[in-house]
Ligand binder design. Sequence first.
Ligand SMILES: [Zn+2]
Ligand SMILES: [Zn+2]
Length: 108
Amino acid sequence: MSRRVPEPTNIEVDREHGLTVEWDDGHGSHFGLEELRLNCPCAECRGLRQRDVAVWPRAGAPEVLRIETAELVGGYGLGIVWNDTHGTGIYSWETLRAWCHCPVCAPE
Ligand SMILES: [Zn+2]
Ligand SMILES: [Zn+2]
C-alpha cells in the first residue's frame, strides 16, 4: 500500500445520522454524529479534551445533535457546523480515514 492519503470519491452527509465516505481505494467509512462531534479536531475542542472537559453536550446545547451545514474545505477536508453553533472543526480526509472503523481497519 502506498502512503498517499486516500481521497473520498463520494461523501454523504446525513444531518441527523452522520457521515458516510467512500474512498478511492474502495474503503467505505461511516461516522456517527456524536463520534464526529466528540472528536472535533478544532483547537478549542482539543483543549477541552486535554482537560477532560466534555466537548459535547455543552451547557445550553440542543438535546439532539445535528449537522447544520457541511462544506468542502480547500479540497482536503470537510468543515462541519453543528446545531450547537460550533463550527470551527475541519475534518481532514487524513483524520477521517484514521478514524475509519470498517471491518478492514478495525477487525472484531
Ligand atoms: Zn471543535
Ligand atoms: Zn476502513
